[in-house]
Design a protein around this ligand. Structure first.
Ligand code: SAM
Length: 281
C-alpha cells in the first residue's frame, strides 16, 4: 500500500495552535520535510515528538528531495511536510512536492490549521465572500507596478504578505495608485502577544506606517475597489473603443469594460454592438 504526503499546518506564533491531529501526523510519519531543521526541531520537542527524521526541503532543496519522498511513499510510508510557520505551500515550500507526488499517483492530504492570510481576512472587517491572495508583491520594477495597477480596479478584497521594513513603502505605493480613501487593515503579529489590527484609509496608513516603524510580521488586507459611479454611455463607449483599439476582441473588451465601470453585461454588450466591427474581426 502506498503512503501519503501529508501537509501539516503549524502555528503562526502561538504554539497552542498546534492541533492534536498535527501532532499525530508528525509522530507517525517516516520523514518530516521542513525548511529549517533547528526551527522545526524546537516545535517537535515542544510537542514531545522524538525519533522522526527531519530533512530540509526549503525553496532551494524542495525539488532535490522529490526522489527520496517518492521512494518512501512507494514503500508505504507517510511523509509529512511542514514549514517554519502556517500552511505549507502558501508563500512557502510545498507546492513542488505536491505536484510531483500527484504526478506519481500517490495520495496527498493535509492537516489544516493556521494560515496568516485566512486569519487576517476574517478579522479585517472587509468582505470575505470573494477575495484575492497576492502573496508577496515583487519588490520593484514593472512587475510590481503592474500588480499594483491590477489592484486599482480589483473589486474583491486583496490580501498581501509583506515584510515589516517594506510596509510603509507598500502603503505609499497603494495610496498613490488607488483612491486614498480606500480602506486597509494591517494585521500584525497574529496569535502572538502583541497581536494588533490597525484599520483606516490608505492615506492614514501612509502616516501611520511613517510614524510607527513597523515591526513584527504583517498581513495587509485591502478593501476591494468600490463600484464606480454610474458611467455614462459615452464613457462606456470610449472605454470599449480604447479596449478594442488596444487589440482586444469584442468579447474581452466587453468583459474589461464591465469590470472597470461596473455596468451591466446587457448595457455594455448593447453599446458594443453600435461600434462597427473592424474588417479582421
Ligand atoms: N505559510 C505561511 C502561512 O500559512 O501564512 C506564510 C509564510 S510567509 C513566508 C511569511 C509571511 O506570512 C510573513 O511575512 C507575514 O506576511 C505572514 N505571517 C506569518 N505569520 C504571521 C503572523 N503571526 N502575523 C502576521 N502575519 C504573519
Amino acid at each position: 500500500m502506498t503512503g501519503r504526503l501529508v501537509l501539516v499546518s503549524t502555528p503562526i506564533g502561538n504554539l497552542g495552535d498546534l492541533s492534536p491531529r498535527a501532532v499525530e501526523a508528525l509522530k507517525t510519519c517516516a520523514l518530516i520535510c521542513c525548511e529549517d531543521t533547528r526551527h522545526s526541531g524546537k516545535l517537535l520537542s515542544h510537542a514531545g515528538i522524538s525519533g522522526v527524521r527531519l530533512a530540509v526541503a526549503d525553496e532551494h532543496r524542495e525539488t532535490a528531495r522529490v526522489d527520496e519522498v517518492l521512494g518512501l511513499l512507494a514503500a508505504g510510508n507517510d511523509v509529512a511536510v511542514i514549514t517554519d510557520a502556517g500552511t505549507p505551500g502558501i508563500s512557502d515550500p510545498g507546492m513542488r512536492l505536491v505536484a510531483a507526488v500527484v504526478e506519481a499517483g500517490h495520495p496527498v492530504t493535509a492537516v489544516p490549521g493556521p494560515a496568516a492570510l485566512v486569519m487576517a481576512i476574517v478579522v479585517s472587517g472587509f468582505d470575505t465572500t470573494r477575495f484575492v491572495f497576492e502573496g508577496f508583491l515583487p519588490r520593484s520594477g514593472r512587475e510590481r507596478a503592474d500588480r499594483i495597477t491590477e489592484m486599482v480596479t480589483e473589486r474583491r478584497t486583496v490580501v498581501l504578505y509583506e515584510a515589516p521594513h517594506r510596509v510603509a513603502r507598500t502603503m505609499a505605493d497603494l495610496a498613490a495608485a488607488c483612491d486614498g480613501e480606500r480602506r486597509v487593515a494591517l494585521a500584525r503579529e497574529l496569535t502572538k502577544l502583541h497581536e494588533e489590527v490597525w484599520r483606516g484609509t490608505l492615506a492614514a496608513a501612509v502616516d501611520h506606517t511613517e510614524q510607527v516603524a513597523p515591526r513584527g510580521e504583517y498581513v495587509v488586507v485591502l478593501e476591494g475597489a468600490a463600484a464606480p459611479a454610474d458611467a455614462s454611455d459615452e464613457q462606456i463607449l470610449a472605454a470599449l473603443r480604447r479596449a478594442m483599439g488596444g487589440g482586444a476582441d469584442r468579447r474581452s473588451a466587453i468583459a474589461t469594460v464591465m469590470a472597470a465601470t461596473g455596468a451591466s453585461k446587457r448595457r455594455v454588450y448593447d453599446l458594443a454592438l453600435t461600434i462597427p466591427r473592424s474588417a479582421d474581426e
